[in-house]
Design a protein around this ligand. Structure first.
Ligand code: GLN
Length: 542
């Protein structure tokens, strides 16, 4: 029988509940337990796929093509496992299922209510995901006190009652703010947040207290007393310089030991040596490189979460810190690419939607191509590479994607009929894992070291079959093709140190212990570029 750990959050949002849950997952896995993580999102959208990145940050895509919350990215990276659509449930999905059942007459004339119908549906989803693990870690999104969270909290409260003592544990993440004026940590917000949770009927077993300075013994005692939590279970979650330190901090606070004790699980101490080595490589790099990320949402780092993490994995394995320079491509349109890109050792154009800033992306591609700067194009970044090549090398004036110009004379990027959408927005893209066959003697083949790979997708547009031969005659290399439907997955340039555009999202599969081959290879190329420039600078000085 699986055991359950429920993770809730209080006081304010963005305290890192997802990272806390993921860290616990890592620690329990390192103790030899089979673990799974699930995120319950209280909003009414069916999935975050239709939400603006301004609202929601990155949409994380799973192998089976679910568009999910970015916390699933943390879960995958910390526990080194691939998740599916079962691992992210939203209130929108729950209500959608219930309303469909009601319309079919499944409720046999009864009144359909939040308790028990909505809560039962939620509990079914939780039980389903936990079916074959030792411990299921269930994170409830939002902050205690939100109206939307109530059915989810009620469902987990019921599970506590229904299951045996020792089969559930409740962890609550709160904030203990430091108030400058009086120069002290304040416990009141935590007290109130736990009070609210207890009013709903949930008594937390463990508190994780985010704070910028150490919790003194008397602060811990006070929190313990007012929240009815044991003093040793008031665990401090000090701010750290990298998210990858969080599991180590929690282990120091005995989080995993206490959870195992609460659940009656006898396990060995976790072996965290590999993780420590990785954290050390992230924290103490031997060198640095500068990579520009040229996109539209550059002021919203959450929109590029997985890219940021993939860069840190690739940096660690290359022994460098990858300093990311965020460049808004509309600025490139104003000032020219040189002004923004002449100091960087690698250029990455990430995925994106819509025309705004697209001309600047083409300028960035051109700059990388003409100046032999390593270029990594991801999804829209790959499409931009194809458009730029068509226009400036293959003389197809005004070549474009039909996403940006419906009347372009050369629609080198075009929508597939089956993804045209038919008026629907959600879930109508090419989503999830598809295979890709690599061309021998390509940069990609060199990086992956294998002929067949599988990568995750999230896009509507493709390289247009009609122009493929023209582009190839012009020199563009089709380095990866999907064997299922012969769509172009990867393009490369000949005679360039490193220029790779991929239609998929490699960042979604990068893990600390398994950095993604293309990121690894791109960072290695950027390191080379940095060394080349340094040598050049030395020469010109001498
Ligand atoms: N807008 C492009 C498409 O739909 C690219 C999508 C992306 O970059 N994820 O194909």
């Amino acid at each position: 029988m699986p055991k359950y750990v429920f993770v809730t959050g209080g006081v304010v949002s963005s305290l890192g509940k997802g990272i806390a849950a993921a860290s616990l997952g890592l620690l329990l896995k390192a103790r030899g337990l089979r673990v799974c993580l699930q995120k319950l999102d209280p909003y009414l959208n069916v999935d975050p796929g239709t939400m603006s990145p301004f609202q929601h940050g990155e949409v994380f895509v799973t192998e089976d093509g679910a568009e999910t919350d970015l916390d699933l990215g943390h879960y995958e990276r910390f526990t080194d496992t691939s998740l599916s659509r079962k691992h992210n449930i939203t209130a929108g999905q729950v209500y959608d299922t219930i309303i469909q059942k009601e319309r079919r007459g499944d409720y046999l004339g009864r009144t359909v209510q939040v308790i028990p119908h909505v809560t039962d549906e939620i509990k079914n989803h939780i039980r389903e995901v936990a079916a074959d693990v030792d411990v299921a870690i269930i994170e409830v999104g939002g902050t205690v006190g939100d109206i939307e969270s109530l059915p989810f909290l009620e469902a987990i409260r019921q599970m506590y009652l229904e299951l045996k003592r020792g089969d559930t544990a409740f962890i609550h993440l709160t904030l203990v703010p430091f108030v400058k004026a009086s120069s002290e940590l304040k416990t009141k917000p935590t007290q109130h947040s736990v009070k609210e949770l207890r009013e709903i009927g949930i008594q937390p077993d463990i508190l994780l207290c985010r704070s910028e300075s150490h919790l003194t013994p008397d602060i811990r005692e006070k929190i313990a007393l007012f929240t009815n939590v044991r003093k040793e279970s008031v665990i401090e979650a000090l701010d750290v310089s990298s998210i990858y330190q969080v599991p180590l901090v929690f282990h120091e606070g005995d989080l995993d030991g206490q959870v195992c004790a609460l659940l009656g699980l006898e396990t060995p101490l976790p072996d965290l040596d590999d993780w420590r080595r990785f954290v050390h490589a992230v924290d103490e790099p031997k060198g640095e490189v500068k990579v520009a990320i040229c996109g539209k949402y550059t002021h919203l780092r959450d929109s590029y979460k997985s890219i940021i993490e993939a860069m840190s994995h690739a940096g660690a394995v290359n022994g460098v810190r990858v300093n990311l320079e965020w460049v808004d491509t509309e600025k490139i349109e104003l000032d020219g690419a040189h002004a923004w890109l002449s100091q960087v050792h690698g250029i990455l154009v990430p995925g994106g939607f819509g025309d705004r800033g697209s001309a600047g992306k083409l300028d960035a591609v051109r700059y990388a191509r003409e100046n032999n700067v390593p270029y990594f194009g991801i999804c829209l970044g790959m499409q931009a590479a194809v458009i730029e090549y068509a226009r400036n090398v293959c003389s197809m004036a005004r070549a474009n994607s039909t996403e940006f110009d419906a009347h372009t004379p050369y629609p080198v990027i075009d929508v597939l009929p089956e993804h045209a959408g038919a008026g629907r927005m959600g879930g109508t893209m090419r989503l999830g894992a598809y295979p890709c066959r690599l061309k021998g003697e390509s940069k990609s083949f060199e990086a992956y070291g294998t002929e067949f790979v599988s990568e995750r997708h999230r896009h509507r547009y493709e390289v247009n079959e009609r122009y493929r031969d023209d582009l190839m005659r012009g020199g563009l290399i089709m380095a990866g093709i999907c064997p299922d439907n012969s769509l172009v997955e990867i393009v490369e340039l000949p005679g360039h140190p490193w220029f790779v555009g991929v239609q998929f999202h490699p960042e979604l599969k990068s893990r600390p212990m398994h950095p993604h081959p293309l990121f690894r290879s791109f960072v290695a190329a950027s390191v080379k570029e940095a060394a080349r420039r340094e040598a050049g600078a030395r020469k010109s000085k001498a």
